[in-house]
Design a protein around this ligand. Structure first.
Ligand SMILES: *[C@@H]1O[C@H](CO)[C@@H](O)[C@H](O)[C@H]1NC(C)=O
Ligand SMILES: *[C@@H]1O[C@H](CO)[C@@H](O)[C@H](O)[C@H]1NC(C)=O
Ligand SMILES: *[C@@H]1O[C@H](CO)[C@@H](O)[C@H](O)[C@H]1NC(C)=O
Ligand SMILES: *[C@@H]1O[C@H](CO)[C@@H](O)[C@H](O)[C@H]1NC(C)=O
Ligand SMILES: *[C@@H]1O[C@H](CO)[C@@H](O)[C@H](O)[C@H]1NC(C)=O
Ligand SMILES: *[C@@H]1O[C@H](CO)[C@@H](O)[C@H](O)[C@H]1NC(C)=O
Ligand SMILES: *[C@@H]1O[C@H](CO)[C@@H](O)[C@H](O)[C@H]1NC(C)=O
Length: 364
């Protein structure tokens, strides 16, 4: 009875919080100085600051390959004239993830554990993500979230929830541009200021990032690596971002792709190593599809885990007081922790009723 009452109380609190979270709000975090303008590529406004000059001089630019920024044509990176030998390990050209320039770490592309799916959501935090985060919480499922700095600045309380809920938070740049089209100054600022925003709002300094659109080459990798940001790509793509009304594909087409991901999980493709799937915390459509397909995805793969856990990275931030479960810890927690929680509330319920009867007080 008591646990039912507690449950009702918790539901009420969650509902009230949910309503408060999604309306536009002002927060105690300020971004008026020391940050680029929200959703714009950083400019001389920040380049000329003492802070950025200091960051810039901390980079050994002789280790950054001298690669000319690419151009955008009709909103996509232009590949014309680029050498077929892919000298810069440019992901957008041929999905290269093993750098060719010396001294660069290969990108993380998959979860090494057989049958294991690394779950990732790009582009958050979204103002309206409460239902989605509640769902993940209810399933006791942690994921890796690639947050856009401008969104963290706009929705700081949503961003904080990701950390509280135990998700792994990574950098997804300040304003979500194709990074290989940016100058060195712009690329450095995109990474530096998004990471600074995450530190300011959430108190952590991520050690991982993902390039928007996967658009990375050895020049961008070299800048990221000097900021202690390792690059995470993916080997399975849900294409969810391209669904109507935000995109052009019909929900049925996205369903076909998800069904394909389920089939791959079952047919032995990942018998020897696992996968990382790209999904998005972009809008109601992508989050609804994630909820809809989660049960089938979960049963098609042996384990569904955040990237930190499948890599055994127990400290995914520079700060040493945040620890995440290793792979073994994550997969063993999953079955036992919910069970433990329900036992505890049962025991408390019984004790409360016993005490109440002992003193003949009516608690209902
Ligand atoms: C950053 O440093 C490089 C190399 O010294 C220099 O070329 C560039 O102009 C600097 N950027 C800014 C914004 O000062
Ligand atoms: C599993 O399914 C995929 C997609 O349908 C296919 O490309 C692949 O060959 C299949 N693998 C096996 C081992 O059957
Ligand atoms: C968040 O999601 C809503 C719909 O659920 C969408 O309209 C909005 O553009 C998204 N916001 C951001 C900042 O991506
Ligand atoms: C999507 O929007 C509908 C209608 O507002 C809402 O009932 C549902 O909870 C939303 N789904 C997610 C995942 O936010
Ligand atoms: C959770 O535990 C069950 C039973 O041990 C297992 O089948 C499932 O794959 C695990 N899920 C995750 C996310 O590791
Ligand atoms: C993670 O740790 C487990 C247990 O020690 C080990 O079997 C596995 O190979 C490790 N995985 C990685 C990617 O390091
Ligand atoms: C970690 O340390 C920082 C700074 O000392 C503190 O603000 C934060 O609350 C700590 N977080 C945890 C989870 O211990």
């Amino acid at each position: 009875m008591v646990s039912i009452l507690l449950f009702i109380l918790e539901t009420l609190i969650t509902t009230v919080t949910a309503q408060q979270l999604c309306v536009p709000y002002t927060s105690s975090f300020t971004f008026t100085s020391g940050y680029p303008a929200i959703w714009t590529t950083p400019t001389s406004d920040v380049f000329n600051t003492q802070e950025f000059q200091q960051v810039n001089s901390s980079i050994d630019w002789s280790k950054v390959p001298n690669i000319k920024p690419h151009t955008l044509v009709n909103g996509v990176v232009d590949k014309t004239g680029y050498s077929a030998s892919d000298p810069d390990c440019w992901w957008s050209y041929n999905q290269c993830t093993s750098p060719k320039a010396p001294g660069l770490q290969p990108d993380v592309v998959l979860c090494p554990e057989p049958g294991t799916l690394g779950l990732t959501y790009d582009d958050g935090p979204n103002c309206s993500h409460t239902v989605f985060y509640d769902f993940l919480k209810e399933k006791n499922q942690k994921a890796t979230m690639f947050f856009i700095g401008s969104n963290v600045a706009a929705f700081p309380y949503e961003a904080k929830r990701a950390l509280t809920d135990g998700h792994q938070v990574c950098v997804h740049t300040w304003s979500h541009q194709p990074m290989t089209t940016l100058t060195n100054d712009e690329a450095l600022a995109e990474l530096y200021y998004s990471r600074k925003t995450i530190k300011y709002v959430m108190g952590v300094t991520p050690l991982y990032w993902r390039p928007p659109f996967g658009d990375v080459d050895d020049r961008i990798r070299a800048i990221a690596q000097q900021l202690n940001l390792a690059t995470i790509i993916w080997n399975l793509d849900s294409n969810d971002w391209n669904m109507v009304p935000a995109g052009i594909e019909q929900p049925a087409q996205i369903d076909d792709i998800f069904q394909g991901l389920v089939d791959l999980g079952k047919n032995g493709t990942f018998a020897n190593s696992g996968a990382i799937v790209l999904q998005h915390e972009l809008n109601n459509g992508t989050m609804s599809k994630a909820i809809e397909w989660y049960p089938k995805i979960k049963s098609a793969y042996k384990h569904v885990v955040p990237i930190a856990s499948c890599m055994n990275v127990t400290r995914p931030y520079a700060e040493s007081n945040y620890t995440y479960p290793s792979f073994a810890e994550y997969i063993s927690k999953n079955s036992s922790s919910t069970l433990k929680a329900s036992y505890i509330s049962l025991i408390f319920g019984v004790i409360a009723i016993f005490i109440a009867q002992l003193f003949s007080i009516s608690i209902f």
